[in-house]
Design a protein around this ligand. Structure first.
Ligand code: ADP
Ligand code: F6P
Length: 322
């Protein structure tokens, strides 16, 4: 290890995601294995500005992989979006002799990490968000657990929908992205899957679909609606009025961010955490850890944030056909 890095910080930022704890554990243990000292920064960038900084040892992260949420806490921080906030945060890092920070979070947290790097602090990003909306990576920690939670909930809604012969609109999270809706819609055999990337706001198509399915003897109609489209409750009222089919909306909300992470999320979190601890020890600077084309890799932050992500045309078309 030729690099001068001695002490690193780790923080979680933005929306929490199942598997963040497993990532923290891996960062801490692998960094210590690499001869580094590790400081935990509580409550994301807000905690950094408040100097909420603790020492982390190997034992500090025992019994953590299976726990949802984040032991460090997380926050959204407006002050950090300002130039002064970023400068203050960089000065605090220098004061605490933190040579680099590993940021576990989503797209916004990555933008924050890039901003901090412009003030002379090395930053490494680990993709932690249920939304799967970070362009440089095919996988983000938390997505699998969130999808499984939402999928089970939709299966349950289908049972009661059948019993009552209702139409159900189930709204899933994802901010501006439709990945959770697409995956869960396909996995549960939803009759309509509405995602912001593709939706044309033509409710008549949905109404026609419901009427057609009723004529074929279907006892329920499940619509998976992405948060990026939203308005599920008013949509339910309009659909009921147009079809005469009793229609209910269920907004799954924060349950999708909670709970014990799946094996897949724990595994990716562990490997990405180790990978981040390795590249920071090697002296790499300002990198976004990613899983792409079947391999763990890393990208320059600027490059990572300039990439664009889009829903696969093929996957979307198949979700419509099935
Ligand atoms: P996520 O990381 O889950 O996408 P947010 O978009 O809320 O969540 O971002 C988390 C935090 O990252 C924000 O509260 C803010 O402190 C910081 N952040 C977001 N965007 C920027 C930006 N453009 N510049 C600096 N900091 C940012
Ligand atoms: O990024 C994760 C996420 O749960 C999004 O799916 C959602 O749009 C957002 O966070 C909600 O954020 P908040 O916790 O601020 O309500």
């Amino acid at each position: 290890m030729a690099s001068k890095v001695k002490t690193i910080g780790v923080l979680t930022s933005g929306g929490d995601a199942p598997g963040m704890n497993a990532a923290i554990r891996a960062v801490v243990r692998k960094a210590i294995d690499n001869g580094l000292s590790v400081k935990g920064i509580k409550r994301g960038y807000q905690g950094l500005l408040n100097e909420e900084i603790i020492d982390l040892e190997r034992h500090s992260v025992s019994d953590l992989s299976q726990r949802g949420g984040t032991m460090l806490g997380t926050a959204r921080c407006m002050e950090f979006k300002t130039e002064e906030g970023q400068k203050k945060a960089a000065d605090i890092c220098r004061k605490h002799k933190i040579d680099g920070i590993i940021v576990i979070g989503g797209d916004g947290s990555y933008r924050g990490a890039l901003a901090l790097s412009h003030h002379g602090i090395n930053t490494i990003g680990i993709p932690g968000t249920i939304d799967l909306d970070i362009a440089c990576t095919d996988y983000t920690i938390g997505f699998d657990t969130a999808c499984n939670t939402a999928m089970e909930a939709i299966d349950k809604v289908r049972d009661t929908s059948s019993s009552h012969e209702r139409c159900s609109i189930v709204e899933v999270m994802g901010r501006h992205a439709g990945y959770i809706a697409l995956w869960c819609g396909l996995a549960t055999g939803a009759d309509d899957i509405l995602i912001p990337e593709k939706y044309d706001f033509n409710e008549q198509n949905i109404i026609d679909n419901i009427v057609r399915n009723r004529k074929r003897g279907h006892t329920h109609h499940i619509i998976v609606n992405a948060e990026g489209i939203g308005h599920s409750t008013s949509m339910a009222k309009r659909i009921e009025a147009a079809t005469g089919v009793e229609t209910r909306a269920t907004i799954l909300g924060y349950m999708q961010r909670g709970g014990s992470p799946t094996c897949k999320d724990r595994f990716y979190a562990a490997i990405m955490g180790c990978y981040a601890a390795d590249i920071i020890a090697e002296g790499k600077t300002n990198r976004a850890v990613a899983y792409r084309n079947g391999e763990f890799t890393d990208f320059d932050f600027e490059e990572a944030l300039s990439m664009e992500k889009s829903i696969s045309e093929y996957q979307f078309r198949m979700s419509q056909i099935l």
